[in-house]
Design a protein around this ligand. Sequence first.
Ligand code: DAH
Length: 331
Amino acid sequence: MNNQWLDKIEKALSLDELETMRVDILGKKGTLTLEFAKMKDIPNEQKREFAKNLNKQKTTLTNALETKKTILMALALEEQLKCEKIDLTAFSAKSQNGAFHPVQDTMDRVITYFQNLNFSIEEGPLVEDDFHNFEALNLPAYHPARDMQDTFYTKDGKVLRTHTSPVQIRTMMSQKPPIRMIAPGTVFRKDFDITHTPMFNQVEGLVVDDEGVISFANLKHVMVEFLQYMFGEVEVRFRPSFFPFTEPSSEVDISCVFCKGEGCRVCSHTGWLEVLGCGIVDVNVFNAVGYKNVSGYAFGLGIERFAMLIHQIGDLRSLFESDIRLLGQFR
Ligand code: DAH
């Protein structure tokens, strides 16, 4: 019997199997346990010999079980480690860290810049009335400049604001000069092509102080500093232009960030890129809000255009497609 068991133990393939054997041998109803139970029927003079023999068997089997258990445990551990082994050379998908969307990132940089110059951040409603979006900005109903912007109208005669300039009006009507503010926010126009989306973001700026205090020179200085902060070492050029709410008005160009002013497809071979509009606040705007004896400048810019130029993105629409492959490049 002993040898049979030793053979079986030797051949056990798993810890479970070995445990079953242990119970079969040494358990309450195990073969060896039952042998020990026979002791009471053994004549006294043979008891000693019988017990000695059984104890020897017990020791042998217990040792065999222990030894086999150690071996099987080592094998099991080895097997487990094999499965858990980490192959440091194996390909792994990189962990996906989040990042700000280039539009948000650009917006944040613009806001930070002007916050550092002590400009306040102002907000206004996305659904505007005609007065704030047009009328008070020197754009009366008959004014041809209204055609410059393709407006979304609501059924009750309001408009989705076509620019953030109405926040100028709201701020001046609710605060006293001096004013130094920017208005970041979303605007809407009926436009959709490679450089236009029906919804986009602007930042409007306005500075107002006493008459004779604010000059075009102030405006020019701040714009040049700001644009070089945003785009690096670029040249800045002021071109005379027209906006109903400023007089004189100017469009501002930077030397092309793609070709460094050499001339390329993006800058239509001019070497310049238009980036914002600005000017000295038209007196009609001050009249509309009831400001007297003041001077001021204003400016307005499109955030998506800035983001496209900073990150050299070709198609504006890709900024709104939420394609992780594109966005992942700005991490
Ligand atoms: N509101 C203009 C637009 O949406 C941008 C602009 C130009 C704002 C000149 C200004 C300004 O304040 O002076 O195109």
